[in-house]
Design a protein around this ligand. Structure first.
Ligand SMILES: [Zn+2]
Ligand SMILES: [Zn+2]
Length: 262
């Protein structure tokens, strides 16, 4: 059976990534409306009914805005840690679905042929996590919103065959932007988002002989450019003498063609 990654979209207006083995798919985050998610799945030629679980990284709306609706529509369980579920329910209307399954941060759980391990990441949400998802003996590391690469993130992501990481902003563009000072500070802080420079340093730390694919996402549309990230990452891979590593930039406006992992 084929193991595929389908990036449905990534950025501050919505994040969702599907990892599927044959006809069993796990959706990481659902930051698009049901309509938009279904449209993007259709664009990729994917039957939404293969999605059997939704796993949530943190409660920011660009990760959960469509979570309840899509989970209930597909009648699938939603997995998150306890604090994240609480935060999702803190507003006027519940954002969690009918079927909730709580995991402890750091725990490992199994879904069909997948083993999923969550790990704590540094970001300004209640209890944000990344995931290492294993199937067919292949590790896929996902660390999307994070202020810096702490030791746990480093150890979990290092040597994954696929590293999915954010490369959020160009520091110069951020500082020159019209964003208010508190927001600039928040983005740059250890609980904010990885700059391009930090993402490139992270690649230096994380890429081993086992790494074959790097996907960079959550690019700011105001404070970053695909061309900048592409150039920096290509340069980094050639410095590391790893131009064999396939590089993908995750986009906000449209999904990427499903990528066969193994
Ligand atoms: Zn986000
Ligand atoms: Zn976030």
């Amino acid at each position: 059976m084929d193991l595929n990654i389908t990036v449905l979209g990534s950025g501050s207006s919505g994040n969702a990534v599907l990892i599927s083995l044959g006809n069993y798919g796990i959706l990481i985050d659902a930051g698009f409306s049901r309509k938009e998610l279904l449209k993007r799945l259709n664009t990729c030629g994917i039957d939404p009914n293969i999605i059997k679980a939704l796993i949530i990284t943190h409660e920011h709306s660009d990760h959960i805005s469509g979570a309840r609706v899509i989970a209930d529509f597909l009648d699938i369980p939603m997995f998150a840690n306890h604090s994240t579920f609480q935060a999702m329910n803190a507003g006027k209307e519940t954002k969690t679905g009918k079927k909730k399954i709580v995991f402890g941060t750091g725990d490992t759980f199994k879904l069909e042929s997948f083993t999923i391990r969550s790990f704590k990441i540094s970001h300004d949400a209640i209890e944000p996590v990344g995931f290492v998802i294993n199937a067919k003996n292949i590790n896929i590391g996902y660390a999307m919103d994070l202020g810096y690469l702490d030791n746990i993130t480093k150890s979990r992501m290092k040597g994954c065959k696929v590293a999915i990481l954010e490369s959020n902003h160009d520091v110069g563009m951020l500082m020159n932007s019209t964003r208010p000072p508190y927001l600039k500070h928040r983005i740059k802080s250890r609980h904010g988002h990885l700059s391009n420079e930090q993402a490139m340093d992270a690649l230096h730390e994380l890429i081993t002989q086992d790494t074959k694919i790097v996907m960079l996402g959550h690019l700011s549309n105001e404070c970053n450019k695909y061309s900048i990230v592409n150039e920096l990452a290509s340069k980094k891979l050639s410095q590391l003498e790893r131009t064999d590593v396939k590089l993908y930039l995750m986009e906000q406006e449209k999904p990427l063609t499903p990528v066969l992992i193994g």
